[in-house]
Write a protein that binds this ligand. Structure first.
Ligand code: ATP
Length: 359
């Protein structure tokens, strides 16, 4: 496939599966996305949202039932997987257990009939890129999980694919290694300058690795944006909840001036920020992250009296469940607290997001 491509385009891609009862269920629908060369895209969502179906459609392992996929001007969804030549990395590494690291990595090149000296050169350079030089003769079983995943990455990149597809590649690794490998995969991506499409259900992974995140739910795209955008301005309550806005409450909309709002619940008034069009609404739902609260100084606006109910100590800070007139809230604060403590909280108006939905 075209190595010097500039853009991978998904145009209203959809995939339906027939069920036993005879009706068709959409595992994926209406996925439109232009991916530039050099971009790192995360497909993020809970189990069953269609992430793997999207990746399999790209790889050619699943056919589309709607839409098309293009690499620049070439329509590729009609091509078999081997003609697309995308690199794939799976959760379970999928290495050949009886083959050495070198043979695993060189497998795709041997299948393509590449000359022996060329294979040796490219395998060596792929192993150098994933920092596995010196392990060429080992079997996968003699390597750690992290090293095995590096072999799988080397095997995917040795064929010099225009696009690399990764399906939850870090979920079998322990927490510390997972975090190290995030940076490692980013580094490899930057050096290769191709496009990476990375499936995960882990928000932190998506936020820390991706240039853009595609948030999905039941086969449909909910939001596409840079990590900062999706994190700071989720465009509906589903995305908000998924991004950690644990406090979601129905409120009355008292007044609105532009995006600025005054909302009320149980006689507590708060300034908030409209997400989307709230014109004509009297009821809204607000979403607030535990991390956006702080202890209020005297005279500060947007404060709420609270009593600590329970707490979960977390090292630098604690996650408190507090009772307030708004209702129970989760807040994350540094410092020492005990159940029964009375505190005054504050949250900035731009961190109280209001939606035209019910909580
Ligand atoms: P997970 O993280 O659990 O793998 P996912 O987000 O990758 O989930 P998909 O595997 O893409 O989700 O599945 C999306 C939906 O499509 C699910 O409801 C699933 O049951 C259904 N589905 C996927 N593949 C098939 C198939 N071959 N036949 C029928 N239904 C399928």
């Amino acid at each position: 496939m075209n190595h010097s491509f500039q853009q991978l385009r998904l145009d209203a891609v959809g995939r339906k599966f027939d069920t036993v009862s005879g009706s068709a269920v959409a595992a994926l629908s209406g996925l439109s996305l232009d991916i530039q060369r050099g971009e790192f895209i995360a497909l993020l969502g809970p189990s069953g949202c269609g992430k793997s179906t999207a990746l399999n459609c790209l790889a050619g392992l699943t056919s589309l039932t709607e839409g098309s996929i293009w690499l620049d001007d070439t329509r590729i969804d009609v091509l078999p997987p081997e003609r697309r030549g995308f690199g794939m990395v799976f959760q379970n590494y999928a290495l050949f257990p009886h083959m050495s690291v070198r043979d695993n990595v060189g497998f795709g090149l041997r299948m393509r009939g590449v000359r022996k000296d060329e294979i040796a050169r490219r395998v060596q350079s792929a192993l150098a890129l994933v920092q596995l030089e010196g392990h060429e003769h080992k079997l996968p079983g003699q390597l750690s999980g992290g090293q095995q995943q590096r072999v799988a990455i080397a095997r995917a990149i040795v064929i010099e694919p225009p696009v690399i597809l990764m399906d939850e590649p870090l979920s079998n690794l322990d927490a510390k290694l997972r975090i190290e490998m995030r940076a490692e995969i980013r580094r490899i991506h930057r050096q290769l300058e191709r496009a990476t499409i990375y499936v995960t259900h882990d928000q932190d992974e998506a936020l820390s690795m991706a240039d853009r995140i595609v948030v999905m739910r039941t086969g449909a795209v909910q939001q596409i944006g840079a990590p900062r955008e999706v994190y700071g301005r989720p465009n509906n309550l589903h995305v908000a909840r998924f991004m950690g806005y644990r406090n979601v409450l129905d409120c009355r909309l008292v007044r609105q001036a532009g995006d600025g709002l005054l909302i009320e619940r149980n006689q507590v008034q708060l300034n908030g920020t409209a997400i989307g069009d709230l014109s004509g609404r009297q009821e809204v739902a607000i979403a607030m992250r535990p991390d956006d609260f702080e202890i209020a100084d005297d005279g500060q606006a947007n404060n709420i009296n609270a009593t600590v109910k329970t707490l979960e100590f977390g090292g630098r800070d604690s996650l408190l469940l507090v009772a307030t007139d708004l209702g129970d809230l989760y807040v994350r604060l540094p410092g020492a607290f005990a159940p029964g403590d009375r505190i005054r909280l504050r949250i900035p108006a731009d961190r109280v997001l209001a939606y035209a939905e019910a909580a």
